[in-house]
Design a protein around this ligand. Sequence first.
Ligand code: PEP
Ligand code: MN
Length: 352
Amino acid sequence: MELSKFIDKKPFVIAGPCSAESEKQALKIANDIKDNADVFRAGIWKPRTRSNSFEGIGKEALTWMQKVKQKTKLKVSTEVATAKHVELCLESGIDMLWIGARTTVNPFYVQEIAEALSGVDIPVFVKNPIHPELSLWIGALERLNKKGIKNLAAIHRGFFTYESSAFRNEPKWEIPIELKRQLPNLPIICDPSHIAGNKTLIPEISQIAMDLDMNGLMIETHNNPPEALSDSAQQITPVKLKSILENLVLRKKKFEDDILSFELNILRKKIDKLDQNIVETLNLRTELVEEIAQFKLENNLTIFQLERWFEILYKRREQAINLEMDPKMVRDIFELIHKYSILIQSKIMKEK
Ligand code: PEP
Ligand code: MN
């Protein structure tokens, strides 16, 4: 993917309300954040889950964005979901666009947006799709890149989950990390507001994003969060935005000091050794699983034994609790191990 470097500071900050609600509101927020943000954001067309929610002001708000731009010198950005939105934004001089999570999921919409943008060199941010499918996220970025858009960045806003969670959208940090591995030159912005769904978790998530070397933050900021027409629980005031940004710790990527790198290397070697043991243990476990499969086959027993599975989960949970480990982490790992045990056993049964 051919990309241009348009984000050259860390953290690159995009802030502003979930939705533009009035000219006065947009100007007030923009004025209050102008010293702490690089880009003003405000949703104009809001993709809402339920039709009775506030669906955005629509194109009238584009003139408010123009005023924000003139009065504060901030760059302005909004969400586009159709070719028509793109056309209206380009006519109004919107500086940057983003594609929302509900649009990234649909290749038809993304293609339509990419076509409407062909030949226009405007930065486009692509939010992750609602569900954790990395290839859909990369696919959307590729569609835009194929139409000549080089100023691309991804926005990590978390993923829908059925599990009960402290987050509105589960961060699943491994997905943006894998995105960075596959596309190392693509900037990634974290959106802690949509991950958290409430204001209390925003500082912590922002710090994790910085520690993972993400390039920036998109934080929903409102002059009067309790009265906001959308996403009221997760919006923070401009004063809070300033304090979150001031308290971020930006750590260095590499040690310049040789002794420190040496110490880190010793710790890494220990981790490598343990990882090697884990793989060897898994290999031994696989051999036992194969032996069990043979035994079940010879004695005409089903592969999946519900009680045995519950027993494994129970015992490992107790062990995790005794060791003061996170039982959820242990459960997740054992679910994967068990999934592969079943796969290995089914394969052996099929071969016979
Ligand atoms: C938003 O940024 O206001 C928004 C609707 O986000 P998402 O697409 O991440 O839900
Ligand atoms: Mn929002």
